[in-house]
Structures are given as structure tokens and as C-alpha cells.
Design a protein around this ligand. Structure first.
Ligand SMILES: Cc1cc2nc3c(=O)[nH]c(=O)nc-3n(C[C@H](O)[C@H](O)[C@H](O)COP(=O)(O)OP(=O)(O)OC[C@H]3O[C@@H](n4cnc5c(N)ncnc54)[C@H](O)[C@@H]3O)c2cc1C
Length: 462
């Protein structure tokens, strides 16, 4: 029986007042009854565009939703596991409105089925009710190295281990998960969820070596030569912070969003501050309009700051951040200052931040991506008072590492790969995720990791 209600079952969440003072997960997830009721909204349409064009890893969405309708939650989980090793993560952080839910036929006259919330429900149900049962597959005698333990590397490692390869993941930092662990804050993606999904890969036989950086502790020649790997997958992301290149970015109290979020996410993060905690500032101004800026401002609220501002040079309509993230930030008290272009971080006279000097802007012609360009209005300089500034203006490739790898790159410093096989300019070296596309999404990185794993298998079994 189909539930013809036009609206989604809303995802239960903590009240904004509670969220402001806590890093606990803000959304609390469906109950069994809510999940079944939402699953019944699926029309079981013939084309299922949610899966064919809406999901980069082609999750069998109609099939797993059908299992939920029947109350067969573990079967739903097993269906998801055939295409994704991170369902609890993707159910929480995928931009579903641009992907599966954006293609859902129910969305034409009403709201789409809440595919993400259902994926999350199934993965959480499995974690709470079923003891781990994965076992290492019988080995095929060949070894593959994966560099980077973010979503691209994890997805490649999972598929290769399922195919019987001996997989070792080499990770530069001391933690696994990449941006999932040190970038996305706990209130959106609890760390134990990421750890649990990685533990499934360990059970499958994948080995992880942390504190091992390509370009410093090992090279591609080592991996393909003396270390005996038949192929290498590179999934080292694009995590080098970009700066605005304006005066004052080196003042005390001015941070890069990556550093701030790393500190928030990792216990030892703020060891340079008294008691290892981020100080309580009066006003924190976060510069940027993307999802990283939203994570930074919402985290800033939780540090106890008196006031948190988003300073963005375009208007709300051009903000790249997801609508839901903007709404949640606003509910939590973040104030938005639009059409402001920062030109200087102001010094209080003792080397500390006293504000952000900005020019007013107006919107001009479309740029190459179809976004209206902000145009400075001369003579409108003024200072937005703040004692802390966080720059969230994007990340890019690690040029030094790319230079050491000696692989062909494009004009933006992204590794060039054959789009069919994901193989780089060096034979038996494959790559995917942000290192190839520039900063994108978790699921696109996972999709690339899976495509590369299939291509590696084709090459090594030819
Ligand atoms: C704050 C933030 C929030 C985000 N929120 C979302 C979201 O809600 N939804 C979404 O879909 N996407 C989101 N993204 C984007 C998404 O996280 C990335 O697109 C995705 O993580 C890319 O995966 P990856 O595996 O290519 O790279 P990464 O996740 O960056 O992982 C790369 C890994 O390689 C390691 N590494 C780097 N250099 C080396 C080396 N030399 N040797 C060994 N290891 C190395 C890194 O330490 C890291 O663990 C967000 C990004 C950020 C920064």
C-alpha cells in the first residue's frame, strides 16, 4: 500500500537551544514506525531514476526501500552493502537533494522520498541489532596499495578486499576516514559511526598503516617495486587550505577553517591553547558561503562565542551551501552578512584580530560557472567588528606531493586519469576522489574508488 502523503516524515532533531551548547548529533533519526511510514511513500516506479542517474554508486534504492516496507531491516542493510561500504555515513552527509532525492518521481508533486534518512535508519538499525559478521575473503595472492583513508580510498579498499586482494591502506595522519573524521563535525557525523564502518573493512581483511605519508615515508617506486604491490590507488584528496591573500591573515585569532575544524574534531587539536580548548571569543566572523563555512560557523557557535557571523560576498541565492545547512545555522543563531567582500583583517594594535574590513558588493555578470560575480563598490570600506576570523574559502591540491609523484596533472593541479579506467599517466597507478576532481562530495569520491577498484581488477586479472 502506498502512502500518498505529499510531505516527507520530518527527520527528528534536537531543539536549536540544545544544539547550540552541544556537539551531540543534531538529527536523531527515524524510529522503525517512522521509517516504514516514509518507505511506503515510494511509488516503486519502473524507471527508478533515484538509482540509475541519481546515485554515483548505484545503490539499489527501490529494493532496499521495499525491504523496509516489509519490516525486513537487515535485508535492506545487506542490499545496501552490495554497493556501499559507508551507508551510515552517506545516509547522513550525502547531498541527497541534488542526487537520489533530486530525481525522485514523488518530488514532482510534493516532496521526494527521504532516501537519505532511510539509508541512515537501515545502517543504524544494523549497527544496533546485528553483531559484525564480515569475514576476510579467500586471497587471490595479489597485493594492492591504497594511499589515503578518505571515502575514495575506503571504497576502493573495500571492493578490492571483496575481490580477494591483499589491501594495505597507507594514511598520512594518525586517524582514518579523511574529511569524514577530521573535517565534518561530530554534530553532523559522529566519529563512532565512521569508526564502526571502517571496522567492517578491517574485518574484511584490509590493513591500515597510519602515520605513513606518500612522498615522505614511501614513494610510488617503493610501493610498486620492493614492497611488492601489483597496483596502487591514490585517494589523497585535495585538502590544502586556500587563503584570501589579504593583509592580516597571519594575526592572532585568524584561522583557516581546515585547522579550526581539525582542532574541533581531534582531541589533541587545540593543544596550543590553555586547557587544550578553543578560546571563547566575543564575535567570530566566518568568511565563505559553502558547506565548510556552515560547518565552521555551527562549530563556532558551540565554542560558546557571543556572536557568530557568516560574511559572504554574494547574496543568499548564490550560496553553494546546502539549504538545510543554512537553515540549521540560522536556527542556531548564526547571523548572515551578505554582499560583503573582506579586504583586510584588522589588527587591534597588539597583533590580534579586531575586525574584518570589507567593501560592499553588488552582483554583476555571470561567471564561468553561471554564478553572478560580486563587484566591489568603491568607497564603501567599513569594519565588521570581530575578535576572531575563520577563513573558509576552499581547498586545493597538494602541489608538492603531486610534484613528487611525477604524474600528469591538469591546469588546476588535479591528477589526470583515463576517465574509463581511472589509470593515471603511470601504468598500474590509479587515482580518484578529490585528488582527481577537486573538492566534491563523499559519494562521488566513493564512486570513483569503486570504479578504480573494478578497473584494477580487470587489469590484474587480464
Ligand atoms: C568540512 C568539510 C565538510 C564537508 N561536508 C560534506 C558533506 O556534508 N557531504 C559531502 O558529500 N561532502 C562533504 N565534504 C566533501 C567531502 O568530504 C570530500 O569530497 C571527500 O571527503 C573526498 O574524499 P577523498 O577520499 O577524495 O579525500 P579526503 O576525504 O580528503 O581523504 C584523503 C585522505 O588522504 C590522506 N592523505 C593526504 N596526503 C597523503 C599522503 N601523502 N600519504 C598518505 N595519505 C595522505 C589524508 O590525510 C586523508 O585521510 C566536506 C568537506 C569538508 C572539508
Amino acid at each position: 500500500m502506498i502512502n500518498f502523503t505529499r510531505k516527507k516524515n520530518p527527520m527528528p532533531e534536537l531543539e536549536p537551544e540544545v544544539r547550540r551548547g552541544s556537539f551531540a548529533e543534531s538529527q536523531t533519526g527515524y524510529t522503525e514506525e517512522e521509517a516504514v511510514c516514509e518507505a511506503m511513500r515510494c511509488l516503486k516506479c519502473r524507471e527508478h531514476p533515484c538509482m540509475t542517474s541519481g546515485c554515483p554508486v548505484h545503490n539499489r534504492i527501490p529494493d532496499f526501500i521495499d525491504m523496509i516496507c516489509q519490516g525486513r531491516f537487515e535485508d535492506a542493510y545487506q542490499i545496501l552493502r552490495t554497493t556501499t561500504c559507508l551507508p551510515a555515513v552517506c545516509g547522513r552527509v550525502c547531498p541527497q537533494e541534488e542526487q537520489c532525492e533530486g530525481r525522485c518521481v514523488r518530488g514532482i508533486r510534493g516532496q521526494s522520498v527521504a532516501v537519505g534518512a532511510l539509508e541512515r535508519f537501515v545502517a543504524d538499525w544494523h549497527r544496533e541489532h546485528v553483531a559484525a559478521e564480515l569475514k576476510a575473503r579467500e586471497g587471490n595472492g595479489k597485493k594492492v596499495a591504497v594511499v589515503g583513508a578518505g571515502p575514495a580510498g575506503l571504497a576502493a579498499a573495500g571492493d578490492l578486499a571483496e575481490l580477494g586482494y591483499g589491501v594495505t591502506v597507507f594514511e598520512k595522519s594518525q586517524v582514518l576516514g579523511g574529511v569524514l573524521t577530521y573535517g565534518i563535525p561530530q554534530f553532523r557525523l559522529p566519529k563512532d559511526i565512521v569508526e564502526d564502518e571502517i571496522s567492517q573493512l578491517k574485518a574484511l581483511g584490509v590493513s591500515f598503516e597510519t602515520g605513513r605519508a606518500l612522498g615522505e615515508d614511501l614513494s610510488l617506486d617503493d610501493l610498486l617495486g620492493s614492497m611488492g604491490f601489483s597496483a596502487v590507488f591514490l585517494g589523497f584528496g585535495a585538502g590544502i587550505s586556500r587563503t584570501m591573500n589579504i593583509p592580516g591573515e597571519d594575526l592572532k585569532g585568524c584561522f583557516q577553517a581546515q585547522d579550526f575544524l581539525n582542532g574541533i574534531n581531534l582531541k589533541e587539536g587545540f593543544s596550543g591553547f590553555p586547557e587544550g580548548r578553543f578560546p571563547k571569543y566575543g564575535t567570530i566572523a566566518v568568511v565563505g558561503g559553502g558547506n565548510v563555512a556552515m560547518d565552521a560557523c555551527r562549530s563556532a557557535v558551540r565554542t560558546g562565542a557571543g556572536k557568530v557571523l557568516i560574511v559572504y560576498r554574494r547574496s543568499e541565492a548564490e550560496m553553494p551551501a546546502h539549504e538545510g545547512e543554512i537553515r540549521e545555522a540560522r536556527d542556531e543563531g548564526v547571523e548572515f552578512v551578505f554582499l560583503h567582500n573582506p579586504v583586510r583583517v584588522v589588527d587591534d594594535g597588539s597583533g590580534k584580530v579586531a575586525g574584518l574590513e570589507c567593501l560592499d558588493t553588488k552582483l554583476g555578470e555571470d561567471d564561468s560557472r553561471g554564478h553572478r560575480k560580486p563587484v566591489n563598490i568603491p568607497g564603501t570600506e567599513h569594519v565588521v567588528p570581530a575578535d576572531c576570523v575563520i577563513m573558509a574559502v576552499g581547498t586545493g591540491a597538494d602541489d608538492e606531493l603531486l610534484g613528487k609523484c611525477g604524474l600528469e596533472t591538469d591546469s588546476k593541479g588535479r591528477i589526470r586519469v583515463d576517465p574509463e579506467t581511472m589509470e593515471t599517466s603511470r601504468p598500474r597507478v590509479f587515482a580518484g576522489g578529490d585528488a582527481v576532481t577537486g573538492p566534491l562530495t563523499v559519494i562521488s569520491a566513493m564512486g570513483a574508488g569503486r570504479r578504480a577498484a573494478a578497473a584494477i581488477h580487470r587489469k590484474l586479472s587480464a
